[in-house]
Design a protein around this ligand. Structure first.
Ligand SMILES: Nc1ncnc2c1ncn2[C@@H]1O[C@H](COP(=O)(O)OP(=O)(O)OP(=O)(O)O)[C@@H](O)[C@H]1O
Ligand SMILES: [Mg+2]
Length: 354
């Protein structure tokens, strides 16, 4: 069958649209859908109704209104609209007229969900920081007031209150230290650390520092080091912070009488990366983490049980810091856990080639 020049033009237009990364659709002057690319097909709620009114493919009154306005000779239109498929996404939508021929309007969509999510994260972060700082501060102000008034001459009460105040002030200081740590690693994330260190030695030091804390909680901390060389490229202080937090979490959220096991070995493939590496895993036998919490665990201030973490002196920033440091080292953090059975935090780091 011979193809008409019109069909050829349409084919050309479709392949042109397919080469665009963003969803794009063209309509004729009666708003019938003439062509669309694959990216556009993905966001429609059903199959594209070609040569039918655009309203059958896109059920979004404002977007349809913008297209109609352009077709009626109006200026180019821009608006934001959210589309529910395959997951809720927000788009910046542009409608513009095309001069001549049957194809008379072009609709392009640009996904702005990631930028919006970043904006939301930023505002949430400020709100969270303010809230986290405000609670110890309110407690401190309350105690100061009591010490100035009712408890001014009560020696015993003063001693007790000062101790609590010290705890609250230390919590604020810890929060500020963690925030500074987080912003430092975030700022340096794109620069790979230059130093070299022996990970087995570093883990030995972290484990011996935390052993007394384990003893207090009735937990053994075991370090198992496999064969071979565990030299990695890395920043000593940062990696120390990673394993300090993971073992500390193991002690805090592990189960008394059981062990927290730190395991160091070589792997042939780092998940997602595919190259050989070193894996340091921290395993506990605590309550574990439900699958609904797992994906959010490394978010700043995300805590499964806020009250419990706070009572244990936590800020909820530990794992966020861990994640950024591991990223900076071009490594991977993989969390495996099942509620009731304990958790394992695997840190994969690239191996220095022989
Ligand atoms: N090994 C674990 N087992 C069970 N839950 C855990 C474990 N490690 C972390 N979590 C959960 O993840 C949350 C976040 O951990 P993260 O280390 O970021 O904060 P934190 O330990 O509460 O405070 P911080 O580390 O800042 O002192 C914890 O509050 C806890 O709910
Ligand atoms: Mg922690």
């Amino acid at each position: 069958m011979a193809t008409s020049p019109e069909n050829e033009a349409l084919q050309l237009l479709r392949s042109f649209l397919d080469a665009l990364p963003d969803p794009a659709l063209v309509v004729d002057r009666s708003r019938h859908l003439t062509a669309l690319n694959r990216a556009a097909e993905e966001i429609l709620s059903g199959p594209a109704a070609l040569n039918r009114d655009l309203a059958l493919s896109i059920r979004h009154p404002e977007v349809l209104g913008a297209v109609s306005s352009v077709l009626a000779g109006g200026p180019p239109q821009a608006l934001t609209a959210s589309f529910p498929l395959p997951v809720q996404r927000e788009f910046e939508v542009h409608a513009a007229s095309l001069p001549g021929g049957e194809i008379t309007a072009l609709l392009t969509l640009h996904d702005i969900s990631a930028a919006r999510a970043t904006d939301r994260m930023r505002t949430d972060f400020v709100a969270n920081v303010s809230h986290e700082l405000r609670s110890p501060l309110s407690a401190l102000l309350g105690f100061i007031e009591t010490l100035q008034g009712a408890a001014a001459d009560d020696v015993e009460a003063r001693k007790k209150f000062l101790l609590t105040m010290e705890g609250e002030a230390k919590r604020m200081a810890r929060l500020i230290d963690d925030l500074l740590s987080l912003s430092k690693v975030e700022a340096e994330e794109h620069v790979r650390p230059g130093g070299e260190l022996e990970l087995d030695k570093l883990l030995e030091s972290v484990v011996s520092t935390l052993r007394p804390r384990g003893d207090e909680a009735g937990l053994r901390i075991e370090l198992k080091v496999g064969d071979g060389n565990f030299t990695v490229k890395g920043d000593r202080d940062e990696l120390e912070e990673v394993f300090h937090n993971l073992v500390d979490n193991g002690i805090k959220y592990g189960r008394g009488g059981e062990a927290v096991i730190v395991d160091l070995s070589h792997v042939d493939r780092i998940p997602d990366v595919g190259t050989p590496g070193i894996r340091a895993s921290v395993r506990d036998h605590g309550e574990g983490i439900g699958s609904d919490h797992l994906p959010r665990l490394t978010e700043r201030f995300y805590r499964i049980d806020k009250g419990r973490s706070r009572d244990l002196g936590g800020t909820g920033l530990g794992l966020a810091i861990v994640k950024h440091i591991v990223n900076r080292h071009r490594g991977r953090l993989v969390i495996e856990s099942r509620a009731g059975e304990g958790s394992t935090f695997h840190v994969y780091l690239p191996q220095i080639p022989d």
